[in-house]
Design a protein around this ligand. Structure first.
Ligand SMILES: NC(=O)c1ccc[n+]([C@@H]2O[C@H](COP(=O)([O-])OP(=O)(O)OC[C@H]3O[C@@H](n4cnc5c(N)ncnc54)[C@H](O)[C@@H]3O)[C@@H](O)[C@H]2O)c1
Length: 350
């Protein structure tokens, strides 16, 4: 494998993955609409890569366009073919990801996430490109309050965003079954990616008011927001706050490459894999670790529980570790340190 197409490659997880791919010697082609990312991301990827390699050459090409436009995708594959190259594998991040927005505007989510993916798969089939790693989510599961979620846990998304992820998983399963042992597919069910590249040059840059806990913590530490609201201190957990499985975005980036490499070496298959550390951290613990490693204060207040929230979402990651022999290497302190460095250096984002 040499040439990897990364859809959504300028987004939060995609940008870190593109850098990791370049550092492993891959040629990277990005498709991104830039609907939820900045042009500056590409400069930053190149800046980190070239400073480490002491070289001015970067095997990175960016195609600005939308997966909802199938002709555009076909054009990208054709251009690469005309250069006597072939896409060996695709990492498919592109999609909208806000649960609340998906509830307000479900059709936008179905159109973007579903149609975009079907277009991509159809063009991949046309060009005989059969390796795909797809960004799924722990939101496909029915939360079970206190047990680790494994890949056989009950599926039942509770919002349109999760429904689009689950539906794409079904499409991939059908595709795998239908083909004459052609497709090599993986759905990675991420738990909670946080943190940033250790340089502080790449990180999460939400366009609107963030919904996720980590950007809210960094905003509070910086004073952009006065106080962090923690929803519920009466959940059935040790300190009463909700527990999640946080994973460092660079671990996540590297896992994509390992999964793609394993897929390409193996027979046709369809993998569904939890991607988490298997360790639960409560909101209160996360805030405390953040304060300690960064020597900053994060003032917080407890609010009532939010409707639809759930106390415990943690991955059983034994399949990832035992079957794929892949482990995470960065801990919650690294996530807090790197995430804070990014925010301090880029208070207004890119
Ligand atoms: N960040 C998380 O907490 C999380 C958790 C679980 C799953 N995921 C999934 O992982 C993927 C990446 O997440 P992220 O946090 O990097 O999101 P992100 O919004 O930062 O990145 C997604 C990128 O895709 C692009 N994009 C969206 N729709 C597109 C389209 N139709 N055509 C071309 N480009 C398009 C956006 O401009 C953006 O750059 C998403 O599919 C998301 O649903 C994310």
């Amino acid at each position: 494998m040499k040439n990897i197409l990364v859809t959504g490659g300028t987004g939060f997880i995609g940008s870190h993955t593109c850098l990791a791919l370049l550092e492993k010697g891959y040629c990277v082609y990005i498709i991104d609409s830039f609907e939820n990312s900045s042009n500056k991301v590409v400069e930053r990827i190149i800046q980190i890569y070239t400073s480490k390699k002491n070289s001015v050459n970067t095997n990175l090409q960016v195609f600005k366009g939308n997966l909802r436009d199938k002709d555009f995708i076909r054009d990208v594959f054709l251009k690469i073919k005309k250069n006597n190259q072939k896409i060996d594998g695709v990492i498919h991040f592109a999609g909208f990801k806000s649960v609340s927005e998906s509830i307000i505007n479900p059709l936008l989510y179905w159109r973007n996430n579903l149609i975009g993916t079907i277009n991509l798969l159809e063009v991949m089939a046309e060009f005989n490109c059969n390796n795909l790693v797809f960004s799924s989510s722990a939101s496909v599961y029915v939360p079970n309050e206190k047990y680790l979620l494994n890949e056989s846990s009950k599926i039942g998304p509770t919002n349109p965003y999760g429904n689009t992820k689950h539906t794409i998983e079904i499409i991939l399963k059908d595709l795998f079954k239908s083909s004459a042992k052609r497709w090599k597919l993986a759905s990675l069910r991420y738990f909670n990616p946080i943190g940033a590249h250790s340089s502080g040059l790449l990180g999460e840059d939400p366009k609107d008011i963030p919904n996720n806990i980590f950007p809210l913590i960094t905003n509070t530490a910086l004073g952009i927001q006065k106080i962090l609201k923690i929803y519920g201190n009466d959940w059935p957990t040790a300190d009463g706050t909700t527990i999640r499985d946080y994973i460092h975005v660079m671990d996540l980036a590297e896992i994509h490459i390992k999964v793609l490499e394993l897929l390409s070496k193996g027979n046709s298959q369809y993998l569904k894999l939890n991607i988490g550390t298997g360790l639960g951290t409560s909101v209160l613990e996360l805030v405390k670790v953040f304060e300690r490693v960064n020597n900053v204060k994060v003032p917080f207040v407890f609010e009532k529980r939010r409707i639809g929230d759930t106390p415990y979402v943690v991955a059983d990651n034994s399949l990832l570790i035992s079957k794929m022999n892949i482990n995470t290497v960065r801990n919650i302190e690294d996530m807090c340190r790197d995430g804070w460095k990014w925010k301090k250096l880029n208070p207004d984002g890119y």
